[in-house]
Ligand binder design. Structure first.
Ligand code: FUB
Length: 468
């Protein structure tokens, strides 16, 4: 991930256990806004769904991961979540020093094994360790006293991160992991803390980048994972692809994209059935103040086709929450809109009518579009007196023809003499079928501008642009 995404390299001296924070979180949107969370792993035990997550602590505008511990969230309805606090920390691994990245908990013989990637302070960078506890909430202790997988493990991944562990019906457990296009797999011994046999390179997992998640349904093995090829996402952004197999070690057959790119560059899937409903759990940059290093876990319902393939997940609980507009005073309603270009048959005023689109192709309330212009265009709001603004929410128009989701965007304001980027801007999201919320330090201004850069060969459009 780091080589593709500039400025990501983070080596953080990380110590200390941060203990419990918030009470139950509200239904839609991120599972919490009290902290930033990432890299969810889902586990159902009885009537409870647990999410074991990473914890992003980068400062606003930070350009590296700052991750020191992992939290455990729990819910009885997959809607209201309780943060049970930081239940595992870098400091639990005496041989590790930083980078509490994406892990997963697997139950076995009444115990819960938490596999996590950490910077092991030894040769190379990331290792995979394992902690054990008596409940999904722990307490957890280092189960091995050293790495389970490191750069010294024969045939290990170019980056040993993102373990997913799966136990088959016959009791055999498997671990998959890796990044930098290097997916690896191995059997685990019944003690769950030693590999059983060689590390293999599974075949058929098209465009694998990182973040594998393995599960089984109706006798078929499924492997979801983050890819970042041009067929599914913008440069530097992940999408979630998946493959199926009839054997837990493959070979795998690629089946397509199950989750489009989100507002964060990275993404990390967990797919689970809970009380008869399947869910895709993932992260975005969409929470207030969020960004690529200040991510938030969210989840959406996942549905199946009769042939066992997964339907692409509709991101309804992402930025904006439930496909609904974010709350707050929308200054767009009182603004005068202008643009660098609008197609004569389109309606610039549609971006400020307050309508709630049902999807990016919904032009029932009109749409702004700039076909057949390519490159960078802008839309702008003006007010007779200054407005205090700290967020915008953009619902992109995508007609699946000449107008597509943009490659990138940028929010700017008039500082009295020129247009400049709004300060402290979180990522300017380009996801379809949702409100992309960009937060920034409050500005007091009479003019706000959204610069939109198209994908190669396409024009761009907007259904709603809110200024809050
Ligand atoms: O959170 C750090 C890393 O970013 C994870 O290990 C990857 O899966 C990606 O989400």
């Amino acid at each position: 991930m780091r080589r593709l995404r500039s400025g990501f390299l983070a080596v953080i001296a990380a110590l200390g256990l941060v203990l419990a924070s918030a009470g139950p979180a509200p239904a839609a949107g991120p599972i919490t806004t009290a902290i930033y969370t990432a890299d969810p792993a889902a586990l159902v035990v009885g009537d409870t769904m647990y999410l074991h997550t990473g914890h992003d602590e980068a400062a606003p505008g930070g350009t590296n991961f700052v991750m020191r511990d992992w939290h455990v969230f729990s819910s009885g309805d997959a809607t209201t979540w309780t943060d049970n606090g930081a239940k595992l920390s870098i400091s639990n691994f005496g041989w590790a020093g930083a980078d509490a990245w994406a892990g997963e908990v697997e139950p076995r013989n009444g115990k819960y094994y938490w596999y996590v990637p950490v910077n092991g302070n030894g040769a190379g960078w990331m290792d995979i360790g394992v902690a054990v506890g008596d409940t999904p909430l722990g307490p957890f202790t280092d189960a091995k006293g050293g790495p389970l997988i490191s750069d010294g493990t024969p045939n290990s991944s170019p980056l040993n991160i993102d373990p997913t562990v799966f136990t088959d019906d016959d009791g055999q457990a498997y671990i998959y992991w890796g990044s930098y296009y290097g997916l690896r797999a191995a059997k685990l011994k019944p003690d769950m803390v030693n590999l059983d046999g060689p590390v293999v390179t599974p075949a058929g997992v098209t465009n694998f980048w990182e973040a594998p998640w393995m599960f089984k349904r109706n006798g078929t093995y499924y492997l979801a994972y983050a890819a970042n090829d041009s067929g599914c996402s913008q440069p530097g952004y992940a999408c979630i692809r998946y493959a199926t197999a009839s054997n837990p070690l493959g070979p795998w057959t690629h089946r397509g994209v199950v989750l489009d790119q989100v507002t964060s560059t990275t993404n990390h899937p967990a797919i689970v059935e809970f009380k008869g409903q399947w869910y895709m759990v993932y992260h975005t940059a969409g929470a207030p103040g969020g960004g690529n290093f200040r991510r938030s876990v969210t989840l959406d319902k996942l549905y199946w086709n009769a042939d066992g393939t997964m339907r692409k997940v509709v991101q309804t609980t992402g930025p904006g929450g439930g496909g609904q507009p974010p709350t707050g005073t929308n200054h767009a309603l009182t603004a005068t809109a202008s643009t660098s270009y609008v197609s004569p048959w389109e309606t610039l005023g549609a971006i400020k009518d307050g309508a709630v689109p049902t999807g990016s192709a919904d032009r029932s309330h009109g749409a702004y579009g700039n076909w057949d212009h390519r490159g960078t265009e802008w839309i702008e709001y003006q007010w007779p007196t200054a407005r205090n603004i700290s967020r915008v929410a953009t619902y992109w128009f995508d007609d699946d023809q000449g107008i597509d989701l943009p490659a990138s965007c940028q929010v700017q304001y008039w500082n009295g003499g020129s247009y400049v980027d709004v300060p402290g801007q979180s990522s300017c999201g380009v996801a379809g079928d949702t409100y992309n919320v960009t937060t920034f330090n409050q500005v007091s201004t009479t003019r706000l501008r959204l610069k939109i850069t198209s994908r190669s060969g396409y024009s761009t459009g907007v259904l709603e642009w809110m200024a809050l």
